[in-house]
Design a protein around this ligand. Structure first.
Ligand code: HEC
Length: 218
């Protein structure tokens, strides 16, 4: 009992519990950065709406898994990535795509709002439920809102009405777009393309200056 407590609770807490943001190499950026306030608010909406039941935020190593081919993670995600998220939204089932690096590939907030309002409208056959309750259908006043969704006639509300995102919808989209895990870290470098050639700094590479098994230069 005490051995398992030590190995499964105490030691991991010692190893991972005291991590602090680090400077990423070679860019020297401090990582991770706190999310902007609106995106932070969006994390609560994400949690409250059960997005985590279908989306993971944990990418596997780009060389040994299919995550890279799917365009999800570009590198392995590690504890450092979740340092400032309380609680981290790791997820466990991948009914939808992994979102650990969603911000890098989903750049269009307007499209994200349309998708959130009704996924099937933009992604035929999507299994993601519509989140219409995060939007407001209201009477058009004056010119109408500049934030109103541009909907095809079959999805439009009655004439004289428009659909506008609530702050909750905008915040959850800001949160998804803030998700990035593509900065190379010491413990999670960018995967290199697979090749049989020895690494340039490998000791068995004849071209390397540090080569120990190449014939001595005369
Ligand atoms: C019942 C499962 C389910 C739930 C719950 C769910 N999603 Fe999805 N989601 C999916 C599926 C399946 C897809 C892939 C098809 C598509 O793009 O619509 C997807 C796609 C996405 C995408 C596009 C990802 C990409 O790489 O193109 C985003 C962003 C997204 N979901 C965000 C959310 C957010 C935010 C929530 C919570 C408000 C949520 N999802 C809740 C199943 C779900």
């Amino acid at each position: 009992m005490s051995v398992s407590w030590y190995t499964m609770v105490f030691k991991p807490v010692l190893e991972l519990g005291r991590q602090t943001p680090v400077a990423s190499q070679p860019s020297n950026q401090i990582y991770p950065q706190p999310r902007p306030g609106f995106a932070k608010q969006g994390a609560d909406i994400y949690r409250a709406n059960g997005c985590v039941t279908c989306h993971t935020q944990q990418a596997r190593d780009g060389n040994t898994s299919s995550d890279k081919a799917r365009g999800w993670g570009v590198r392995l995600t590690v504890a450092q990535d979740y340092l400032l998220d309380q609680p981290p939204q790791l997820g466990w089932i991948r009914l939808g795509p992994d979102l650990s690096n969603a911000g890098a590939r989903l750049a269009d907030a307007k499209y994200q709002l349309l998708h959130l309002y009704n996924p099937q409208m933009v992604m035929k056959g999507s299994k993601m439920p519509p989140y219409k309750f995060l939007f407001e259908t209201r009477k058009i006043r004056n010119q109408g809102s500049s934030e109103a969704l541009t909907l095809a006639p079959e999805y439009s509300p009655a004439a004289g009405y428009e659909v506008v995102p609530t702050d909750n919808a905008k915040a959850v989209v800001a949160y998804v777009m803030s998700l990035r895990s593509d900065l190379p870290l010491f413990e999670a470098p960018m995967p290199q393309p697979k090749t049989n050639a020895p690494a340039t700094d490998a000791t068995n590479n004849a071209a390397s200056a540090t080569s120990t098994n190449s014939p001595a230069a005369k």
